[in-house]
Ligand binder design. Structure first.
Ligand SMILES: [Zn+2]
Length: 256
């Protein structure tokens, strides 16, 4: 019998089994039904050992950065609060350029928004968690505007890794047939909203730093160099496309 003190192989600290993640497969139609009324959101960096290595996809590290809405701006823009995320601080220094007059033009935080929710996967007949980025998320928002609540019909995603980044994912609506009794029983049994909500937890500055050190043990030296420059970035705009949006944690009970 499994000892509750021990974790099962393949399980991480949050009790996640790698099988719990929905993997979008390339060149096939991935069909699922969204089974949470809302989603949670978090930001993460892909942190590389060498920032100039194009072949290195990097290690995913959650962001602890604080971005405040600029109330004085006529357009929606967010201002990064320097010193709240070591990875944002580093991004700003590493992607810095020069203005025409030769002064330093600060770079931008390279974090990306992730959107997470529960789905029922038809192929496996299992409940899974889907983690998507802005492109797919905005397609889902469009679908909702055109066809109504996303939980009312199937979602089909086709993923073509050979396309340009803007066209890699095609998102379409599918059948609006009600889920089968078997599918509803699986969802009822396996859907765990606390597990999804835990993903949106923002890490501390120190936790981000510790994660970065695993990739670059000498990161303290690089961060020490930027402390004196941090003042430059205080009023830098945050790109609207990757800016924080309202977090929707309103999970109404599904299928009631
Ligand atoms: Zn960050």
């Amino acid at each position: 019998m499994a000892d509750p003190q021990f974790k099962q192989w393949g399980e991480n600290a949050n009790g996640f089994n790698s099988d719990l993640w929905f993997k979008i497969k390339p060149n096939v139609t991935n069909t699922f039904r969204i089974v949470t009324e809302g989603y949670v959101e978090y930001s993460a960096h892909q942190f590389k050992k060498d920032p100039h290595d194009d072949k290195d996809f990097g290690r995913k590290i959650k962001c602890s950065g604080v971005f405040l809405k600029d109330e004085n701006s006529s357009t929606t823009r967010y201002v990064y609060q320097a010193g709240t995320c070591p990875n944002c601080d580093l991004d700003i220094i590493e992607s810095a350029g020069k203005n025409e007059d030769g002064t330093v033009k600060p770079g931008k935080p390279g974090r990306k928004q992730h959107f997470v929710f529960g789905v029922y996967e038809y192929e496996s007949g299992k409940y899974k968690i889907l983690d998507i980025k802005w492109g797919v998320q905005s397609s889902l928002v469009t679908l909702k505007e055109e066809n109504g609540p996303l939980v009312n019909y199937d979602i089909k995603i086709r993923f073509n890794p050979k396309e340009s980044p803007n066209n890699m994912y095609k998102v379409l609506s599918g059948s609006d047939k009600p889920l089968s009794a078997e599918a509803l029983a699986v969802i009822e049994r396996d859907r765990n909203l606390d597990q999804i909500l835990a993903l949106a937890k923002i890490p501390t500055y120190d936790k981000v730093l510790a994660d970065m050190k695993r990739v670059r043990p000498d990161i303290d030296k690089q961060l020490a160099a930027l402390t004196s420059k941090a003042i430059i970035i205080d009023s830098e705009n945050f790109d609207k496309k990757t800016a924080a949006v309202e977090v929707d944690t309103d999970f109404a009970a599904y299928a009631t």
